[in-house]
Design a protein around this ligand. Structure first.
Ligand SMILES: Cc1ncc(COP(=O)(O)O)c(C=O)c1O
Length: 375
């Protein structure tokens, strides 16, 4: 069984074939259609499609005014891209510790990390659990949301992630809620920000597409028509995809309940938000916490020997070699993140996973924990 697998059906195949038949492979009509449908889905005024989530984060940070010597406060418990994009702009990612329940950047720790050089906050909706944006807004700095894992998530006040107005960046890599192979989307309430991102993703060209008029530095971060076709088909079946993921997560919760010492992902809860009742995770991966006294590598190997792929997910960004060497990070700086990162493994998770596959994973986990000890 795979760790992740996109749902690709006749709908996707037909839409891709239409593009091939049209011979219009880039900057065609599907780009605007995909942007429009995506914006509508998350309740955003505007959306810009880009070649990856990383590209979207890079352009959103530039639009937030981040440049040389600035600081951006972000989470050390993330995919490395959310920190890398800060370094692309010769700025410094300043990490702060995470909340031990949601694993999202802790707003109080983030506020304490702000200095006079801080130009933006970059919270990550980790594993699709919505960040408490109200708490970040009270800090009073520009916010760029890393929503790469969070399509389908809804905040406590009922606002979908991506619909709050800050630039929010989604990713469409093959394991995401909607998959285009590679791809991303930036949503925003700000028309000028969309215009800037549309230009910078296309080599800095003016909106009228005048070939000779490159009025600013740009990149090639365009999304092609085949990817847009895939994205449109996936968006059309998004409710079904999200429901499939939520079903599998429910099955896991039940199947793992009796394995002592294994902590499932947190439940959707507004307890820490002071009200609101509509919070919903946009299920992305199923990451559990192993007991502290087991050797995670042995568990991963033993699961693999039983045909079950699993993966430590995520390693702490500040402890990666590049970040240690470049910024002098050491163990012990962010104890909650380090503890969570040391115990996490991602289990197989995809919308079409069956209850019996979930059972098989749970049974194998029970067995290997029994062998390795600790549970
Ligand atoms: C939290 C987070 N940020 C950023 C990214 C980068 O997205 P992409 O792989 O589309 O560049 C990812 C996805 O892989 C992610 O999970």
């Amino acid at each position: 069984m795979p760790l992740a697998r996109p749902v690709i059906g006749d709908l996707e195949i037909e839409r891709v074939l239409e593009v091939l038949r049209s011979r219009r492979l880039s900057l065609g009509p599907l780009l605007a259609e995909f942007e429009h449908e995506f914006a509508r889905r998350v309740g955003a005024a505007h959306a810009s499609a880009v070649s990856s989530g990383t590209a979207g984060l890079h352009l959103a940070l530039r639009a937030a005014g981040v440049s040389d010597g600035d600081e951006v406060v972000t989470s050390p418990f993330s995919f490395v891209a959310s920190a890398n994009v800060v370094v692309y702009e010769r700025a410094r990612p300043v990490f702060a510790d995470i909340d031990p329940v949601t694993f999202n950047l802790d707003p109080d720790a983030a506020a304490a990390a702000v200095t006079e050089r801080t130009t933006a906050l970059l919270p990550v909706h980790i594993f699709g659990y919505p960040v408490d944006l109200g708490a970040f807004e009270r800090i009073g700095l520009p916010i760029v949301e890393d929503a790469c894992e969070a399509l389908g998530a809804v905040d406590a006040d009922g606002v979908p992630v991506g619909g709050r107005g800050h630039p929010a960046v989604f990713g469409f890599y093959a394991n995401k809620q909607i998959a285009t192979g590679e791809g991303g989307m930036v949503t925003t309430a700000d028309a000028a920000l969309k215009e800037r991102i549309d230009s910078e993703r296309n080599q800095g060209r003016a909106p009228d597409m005048d070939w000779l008029d490159h009025d600013r530095l740009g990149f090639n971060y365009r999304l092609g028509e085949i990817a847009c076709a895939l994205g449109l088909a996936q968006l059309q079946r998004l409710d079904e995809l999200l429901a499939g993921r939520a079903r599998v997560a429910g099955a896991y919760r039940e199947a793992l309940a009796e394995i002592e010492g294994v902590d499932p992902p947190c439940e959707d809860s507004t307890a820490a938000r002071g009200g609101g009742s509509q919070i919903r995770r946009g299920w992305f991966v199923y990451v559990i916490q192993l007991p502290r006294d087991v050797d995670r590598d042995s568990i991963v190997r033993a699961l693999s020997a039983r045909g079950i792929p699993s993966k430590p997910y995520f390693p702490a960004v500040h402890l990666m070699s590049y970040y240690r060497e470049r910024f002098g990070h050491r163990e012990g700086e962010f104890p909650v993140c380090e503890d969570v990162a040391a115990r996490s493994i991602a289990l197989p998770f995809f919308p079409e996973m069956t209850e019996s596959q979930v059972e098989q994973v749970a049974e194998s986990l029970r067995e290997v924990l029994g062998m390795v000890g600790g549970a």
